[in-house]
Each structure stands twice: as structure tokens, then as C-alpha cells.
Design a protein around this ligand. Structure first.
Ligand SMILES: Nc1nc2c(c(=O)[nH]1)N[C@H]1C(S)=C(S)[C@@H](COP(=O)(O)OP(=O)(O)OC[C@H]3O[C@@H](n4cnc5c(=O)[nH]c(N)nc54)[C@H](O)[C@@H]3O)O[C@H]1N2
Ligand SMILES: Nc1nc2c(c(=O)[nH]1)N[C@H]1C(S)=C(S)[C@@H](COP(=O)(O)OP(=O)(O)OC[C@H]3O[C@@H](n4cnc5c(=O)[nH]c(N)nc54)[C@H](O)[C@@H]3O)O[C@H]1N2
Ligand code: SF4
Ligand SMILES: [Mo]
Length: 693
């Protein structure tokens, strides 16, 4: 028997970007394990990816190209050859390119985080033909924008310092589910005596294991921070030297937070004054004692109207108390800004035809955008969409609108996928993609500081092809002759990182491939002496850029679009707030079709507080309908005090077709966008719940 071990990388949209060891026996991948030597992975994988071979060799894998034979959305297809598939797509795109290429839209996200199978050959192709750009906002842009205004590039505290912190605030994150390797280090810090606090409206798996859980109302985090700043300033729990040297606008900030006295904050956030005062004391007094405090800010708090401002406000806290002075102190939102990538070489925006107009379409309200007709303001109607690395019919908000958009008879849709997802059902041409075990890639990360290489472990299953190869073939069929359309995956991967930069000079692509990973060379405490990449080079409490962009230049509070306090009229009809964070055993909508993982989650549930359940005559196990003006879906009730009264929680993201009513939580979410960054507001909505027979 021929046995080998292949170094690979977990491709999923998860901050941990684990290093994998894949065992291959006679060409079959038999086992996927965590690399024990990679410090960020430490030999451990989550349950989902430990089952990666179950997903790879799944009997439902798409293995050859197909064309639609039924109605859109029905999911009936017939096998065709690659030649026919590529020729059909080219023949449909060519007239659009001749007429107005802006009618063509790529739709892709982070099905794989790989720099090669993400935006390289595909981006070159869409740039070269002059297609619309996709604004990739579905996850992180609200917070990224708030962070950028305040601190600059997203680098943050090195996750490998976590265990050295004395206070860890887990803010809007559920690391047991979504950031496992950070959680392991939190446990180590806890054993060394650190205090762990969760700020989350829901008692998540992680929140219930913290010393303290502050269950504020969703979308009110920015107000809580204003209260913390008020108290830190009132009680002089400040690092005056750090403020003087490395921040901008302290006096204006001081005036701004004056009015945010603890009682007001407690009222807005639906928590007690003691909780506000206590948190400020823990944060400020710890810093005065010289202890490192770490805020791990995640994505849960960003999916509301004021999500960008909430992140901005939190970004001000470490500078006030001087937490950045410690390697283990500060804030970690994402480490993505640490990497020095050659995005322009990979994506080649320079190929966009000179003189042609450009247009950017937001992915977060794709339903609305597919339903728009041609107009002066919008430009041409979208007539062709090419979906890969994403499953918009399941994951995008206000699903009815998205499905309606994809159901348009006059829309030509190509879907490149591993499986026949909810989106694939709407394809005119459905193409089979390779998985991470079958193709090559280079990876950065957003939770640690390692450059990574993924080697192909096995041959492509069936007739599946890497995303890159599909766009190589399409480029050829469309007559695109630039040499960059002939580059191999290995040539592309070699260009992914800038090895001339001081952070990555110590390695190169050949070495990455053989060793699997290499850490960026940068200081442990990046902001110990400022070094913020804002216009002033300081942490900007006052941001002139924000003012230019029509925002309040100082930290403020932007209430949710839909909450009892902000929209009392709507709340008379729909009195319950709803959030739908990820279920532990799924990764967004990926893995929902893997039986062992779906069985662990059971079926779609709705968690509701005993008071809310009683009021509606709902008992544990009852089927309930969750609805508002946008739509409805059915779930099984769990009556629990994990959630607060007035808030219901539906862990997600289920495939619609694998739910009893062929719907999921995105039936009720809205297409309204965040205050900055054009992000989605998945956790900013009101619903009503009723028992169904
Ligand atoms: N197992 C698993 N892991 C994942 C994913 C997955 O689907 N499954 N998805 C990946 C992706 S793409 C992402 S973006 C991340 C997301 O993972 P996280 O960053 O952890 O974000 P969420 O899970 O959306 O929300 C985390 C917590 O925020 C809480 N929350 C909701 N609204 C608010 C609010 O207004 N304020 C505060 N303070 N908290 C709030 C939720 O109750 C939830 O417990 O995880 C990644 N990892
Ligand atoms: N209600 C609600 N909705 C949400 C969220 C929420 O918390 N609540 N979270 C939001 C967030 S944070 C995010 S990031 C989005 C995620 O939304 P998406 O980025 O769409 O993520 P997935 O649902 O995992 O779909 C990724 C798809 O890519 C495919 N894929 C993987 N690798 C490859 C490849 O190499 N080639 C090709 N062609 N395809 C591949 C997978 O099979 C999978 O079907 O969902 C958002 N939607
Ligand atoms: S999903 Fe996250 S924790 Fe799981 S293997 Fe991938 S990177 Fe690691
Ligand atoms: Mo995400």
C-alpha cells in the first residue's frame, strides 16, 4: 500500500485557519488531522473538519457538469460535457459583453478562504470582460470600517498571547463554536487566574462557561461602551501618557461621553447599573494595576444598524487605559491586515477595459439588486450571475426576495459548487468544483499570523475542476489571450504573498509548500508605541474621515432599525427581537448536508424565554411559526432562560430544502444595511411567534 502524509489547510471561513495533515492511502484520503506542530492549531480540529473526508466523498458530490431541464428552483438537471457547458456559458456571456458587460455579475464569498481558489483567475476574468464588481460585505465590512477609522489596519493582539491576559472580554463572539483555538487559550488564562467576561444577549455555549455574562439587548453595544468611557474618565482610570502620545481627540471624547451616565446606559442596554459600573472597574482598575486586558471582539455585535459604530467605540477602549502596552492586551477583531498580499497581481484590476463604466453591486441585498430593472441610477439590469464559493439563496437576508431574483426567467445563472445547494437549484448551468483536498492553494488567516500552503492530497473526484481551471477554460472560450489566463495554480500561489516585505522575507512559496506554514515576523505588541495606520498615525477618538463620510466623528450610539425601543409601532405587531448566529456543527450553510453533523444539530430550533413561551401557550418541542412582514419559517421550540425575555434565537444556517417547510431564518431577516461598510443586519429584526398544530 502507498501511504503518504500531505500538508494542507482548512479552507473554511473561520478565524482559526488550521494546518492539516491529510493521510492518503492508494490515492484515497483516509484521515484529516490537525498539525501538532503548528502553534495555532496544536493538533486539534473542530468536529466539522475532522469529518472532512465524509464531506469530500459524500455520495451527493457534484461530479460532472449539468444543465437545467426543470423550472428554476426545481433542481432538475441533465448531464452534459464540459465542452458543452463552457460553450453554452461563453455563448450567453458574449452578447452581454458586446452590449453592456455590467449586466454580468460574479457572486462569491468565502466557501474557500484560499487566495487562489477565491479571487484570482475568476477576478481576472470578470475584470477583463468589464463585469460589475461585487461589494463583498456579507460578513465583516461594518466592523472593518469602524476599526479602520479608529485604529487603521486590522492587526490586533496576537492570539498566541491570549493565555497571558488577566482579563478577557469575549464581546459578541461564541468561540467554542466559531473560534475554538482561541477558546483553548482562554481556558489556560482562566487556570492562571484570569477573569473571563462574555457580552452577549444569549447565554451561548461560551457565555455559560465565563465568570460573568452580561446579557445586553442586541444592537446596544455602542451605548455600553459610551458608559464605560464615561466611568473610566469620571473615575480617572486612564493612562494619561498613552492618551497624550498616541491618541487624537481626547477632550472632544470627554465632552461626548459626559451625558452617558450609567443609568442611561443601563436603560438602553437592558442591564443593571451594577453591571455597567462593575465592567468599567474590572477594565480600568486592572489596567491601573499593570495587568493585561484583552477584548476579543467578534462578529455578533456587527450585524445590526449601528454595528460599525459599536466596533469603533470598542476600539477606543484599550488606548484609554493603556492596554496596548502589553503584548497580551488590546483588541483582536481580525488579524487579516497583518498579511502583505499581492492582491493586484492575483486579481488584475488593471485588466478592466479602459473607458468603460464601472459599477459595484452590494452582495448583502442581492435580492433587491436582482429584482431591479435598468435605470439611469442603477445601470443595466443584471442579466447573468456566476455564483461560486457561496450559497446566497440560503445565506443572504430576506430570502424570499433572493429566491425571487434567482427565479427570474431572463436571468442566466451559473453555479459552481460541491453540492446541489439551495442556490444550485436555480442554476441554468451547474458545474462541479474540487474541494480543498483536490486542489492547491495559499492562505492567509484572520485569527492568527501564519502564511499557509495547501497541497492537493488527492486527484479531483469525477470531472470536478478547481475554480481557477473553470475560468481558464472560459477565458479561452471567450478569446481572452493575455498570458495571465494561462498561469497554473502554482504560479498564482507563488505570487500570493509579497516576500520582499520584512514580515515575510524569511520564507517563500517553495518553503511554505514543504513546511505548510510560516509565521509573519512582527512585534508581539504592535501598538505599544502607537503605530496606528490612521491618517494621524494615532488612535482616533475624533475621526475627520468619518465626518467627511457623513458620520459622527466621535463615538456615538446608533439604535437598531427594529427594536421595541427604536420602533415601538412595529413592536406592537412584532414584539420579539430575533438573532440567528451559527450553529456549532455547521459552518454557515456548509456541512448542513453532512448527515452526522446534521443529526447532531437535529432540526431547526427556536430558543425562547419561558415568559414569552407561556404568553403564547408554547411548550418545549412544540412547532412554532416565526414571522414578520417579510416572511415566515417553522422551527421546534426550546423553552430556555439561555435567552432573555423579548429575544428569540434560531441557530443557523440551515439549508432550506433540508428543513421541514423548505425555509430558514433568512425568511425574516432584512436587507437594510449597517451604518458603515454596507454590511447586512442579520441580527436587527422584530418577529412574532405562534404555535402551529
Ligand atoms: N461552527 C461555526 N463556526 C463558524 C461559523 C459557523 O457558521 N459555524 N461561521 C464563521 C463565520 S463566517 C463567522 S463571521 C464567525 C461568526 O462567529 P462569531 O464572531 O462568534 O459571531 P456570531 O456567531 O454571529 O455571534 C456570536 C455571538 O454574538 C451574539 N450576538 C448577537 N447579537 C449581538 C449583539 O448585538 N451584541 C453582542 N454583544 N452580541 C451579539 C450571539 O448571540 C452569539 O452568541 O464564525 C466563523 N466560524
Ligand atoms: N441568518 C443568518 N444568515 C447569515 C449569517 C448569520 O449569522 N445568520 N452569517 C452570515 C455570514 S457571517 C457569512 S460569512 C455568510 C456566509 O455565506 P457563504 O459565504 O455563502 O457560506 P456558505 O453558506 O458556507 O457557502 C459556501 C459555499 O461554497 C462552496 N464551496 C466551498 N469551497 C468551494 C470551492 O473551492 N469552489 C466552489 N466553487 N465552491 C466552494 C460550499 O460548498 C458552500 O456551499 O452567511 C451570512 N448569513
Ligand atoms: S473550521 Fe476552524 S476550527 Fe475547524 S478545522 Fe477549520 S479552521 Fe480549524
Ligand atoms: Mo462570516
Amino acid at each position: 500500500m502507498n501511504v503518504s502524509l500531505v500538508r494542507a489547510v482548512c479552507p473554511h471561513d473561520c478565524p482559526d485557519t488550521c494546518a492539516l495533515h491529510v493521510t492518503v492511502k492508494d490515492g484515497i484520503a483516509t484521515e484529516v488531522k490537525g498539525d501538532p506542530d503548528h502553534p495555532a492549531t496544536a493538533g486539534v480540529l473542530c468536529t466539522k473538519v475532522s469529518r472532512y473526508t465524509e464531506r469530500t466523498y459524500h455520495p451527493d458530490r457534484l461530479l460532472y457538469p449539468q444543465k437545467r431541464v426543470g423550472n428554476k428552483g426545481e433542481g432538475k438537471f441533465e448531464r452534459i460535457s464540459w465542452d458543452e457547458a463552457i460553450a453554452t456559458i461563453a455563448s450567453r456571456l458574449k452578447p452581454l459583453v458586446a452590449k453592456n458587460p455590467l449586466a454580468i455579475l460574479p457572486y462569491n464569498y468565502a466557501g474557500t478562504m484560499g487566495l487562489v481558489q477565491g479571487d484570482s483567475m475568476s477576478a481576472r476574468f470578470f475584470h477583463r470582460i468589464g463585469a460589475s464588481f461585487l461589494d463583498k460585505t456579507i460578513c465583516a465590512t461594518a466592523g472593518a470600517t469602524g476599526y479602520q477609522y479608529t485604529l487603521g489596519a486590522r492587526i490586533g493582539t496576537d492570539v498566541e498571547q491570549t493565555q497571558n491576559a488577566r482579563l478577557i472580554i469575549i464581546w459578541g463572539g461564541n468561540p467554542i463554536a466559531s473560534n475554538l483555538h482561541f477558546w483553548t487559550r482562554v481556558q489556560e488564562a482562566k487556570r492562571h487566574g484570569a477573569k473571563i467576561i462574555a457580552i452577549d444577549p444569549y447565554r451561548s455555549l461560551s457565555a455559560e462557561k465565563c465568570h460573568q455574562h452580561i446579557a445586553l439587548l442586541p444592537g446596544t453595544d455602542a451605548a455600553l461602551v459610551l458608559g464605560l468611557m464615561h466611568i473610566l474618565i469620571r473615575d480617572n482610570l486612564l493612562d494619561h501618557d498613552y492618551i497624550a502620545e498616541y491618541t487624537l481627540g481626547f477632550e472632544a471624547l470627554k465632552a461626548q461621553v459626559q451625558a452617558w451616565h450609567p443609568q442611561r446606559v443601563a436603560d438602553v442596554c437592558g442591564i443593571s447599573v451594577d453591571e455597567v459600573e462593575g465592567l468599567a472597574r474590572d477594565y480600568g482598575e486592572g489596567a491601573q494595576r499593570g495587568e493585561a486586558s484583552l477584548i476579543r471582539m467578534n462578529y455578533g455585535l456587527q450585524r445590526v444598524h449601528g454595528g460599525g459604530m459599536a466596533v469603533r467605540n470598542i476600539c477606543c477602549l484599550p488606548a484609554l487605559v493603556g492596554a496596548w502596552r502589553h503584548a497580551a492586551g488590546g483588541v483582536l477583531l481580525s488579524s487579516s491586515g497583518s498579511f502583505v498580499k499581492n492582491s493586484d497581481l492575483l486579481e488584475r484590476p488593471d485588466l478592466f477595459p479602459t473607458g468603460l463604466p464601472q459599477r459595484t453591486i452590494n452582495m448583502s441585498n442581492i435580492g433587491e439588486n436582482l429584482l431591479r430593472t435598468s435605470s439611469e441610477e442603477f445601470g443595466p439590469q443584471v442579466e447573468a450571475i456566476f455564483v461560486y464559493n457561496s450559497n446566497p439563496v440560503a445565506i443572504a437576508p430576506q430570502s424570499q426576495s433572493v429566491a425571487q431574483g434567482f427565479a427570474r426567467e431572463d436571468l442566466f445563472a451559473v453555479v459552481l459548487e460541491h453540492f446541489q445547494t439551495d442556490t444550485a437549484d436555480y442554476a441554468d448551468i451547474l458545474l462541479p468544483a474540487t474541494t480543498q483536498l483536490e486542489h492547491l492553494d495559499a492562505h492567509s488567516a484572520y485569527g492568527h499570523r501564519y502564511m499557509m500552503a495547501n497541497n492537493a492530497a488527492i486527484a479531483p473526484l469525477g470531472e470536478s475542476k478547481p475554480n481557477t481551471e473553470v475560468f481558464r477554460l472560459l477565458a479561452q472560450a471567450m478569446g481572452l489571450t493575455e498570458p495571465c489566463f494561462q498561469e497554473s495554480d502554482d504560479m498564482i500561489a507563488a505570487q500570493a504573498f509579497n516576500y520582499d516585505h520584512e514580515r515575510s522575507r524569511h520564507t517563500d512559496w517553495a518553503q511554505l509548500k514543504s513546511q505548510g506554514w510560516s509565521k509573519l515576523k512582527m512585534p508581539d505588541a504592535v501598538h505599544a508605541r502607537g503605530g496606528f495606520t490612521t491618517p494621524s498615525g494615532k488612535c482616533e477618538f475624533y475621526s475627520a474621515q468619518m465626518k467627511d463620510d457623513g458620520l459622527d466623528p466621535l463615538p456615538t450610539y446608533i439604535p437598531p432599525y427594529e427594536s421595541v425601543a427604536s420602533n415601538p409601532v412595529l413592536a406592537t405587531k412584532y414584539p420579539l427581537a430575533m438573532i440567528s448566529p451559527p450553529a456549532r456543527n455547521f459552518l454557515n450553510s456548509t456541512f448542513v448536508n453532512v448527515k452526522s453533523l446534521r443529526d447532531t444539530e437535529g432540526e431547526p430550533h427556536l430558543d425562547l424565554h419561558p415568559d414569552d413561551a407561556q404568553l403564547r401557550g408554547i411548550a418545549v418541542g412544540d412547532r412554532v411559526r416565526i414571522f414578520n412582514d417579510r416572511g415566515s419559517f417553522v422551527a421546534k421550540a426550546r423553552v430556555t432562560d439561555k435567552t432573555r425575555s423579548g429575544l428569540v434565537v434560531g441557530l443557523s444556517i440551515w439549508w432550506k430544502k433540508l428543513s421541514s417547510d423548505h425555509k430558514n431564518a433568512n425568511e425574516v431577516t432584512s436587507q437594510a444595511l449597517t451604518d458603515m461598510g454596507g454590511g447586512p443586519t442579520f441580527y436587527d429584526l422584530l418577529v412574532q411567534v405562534e404555535r402551529v398544530e
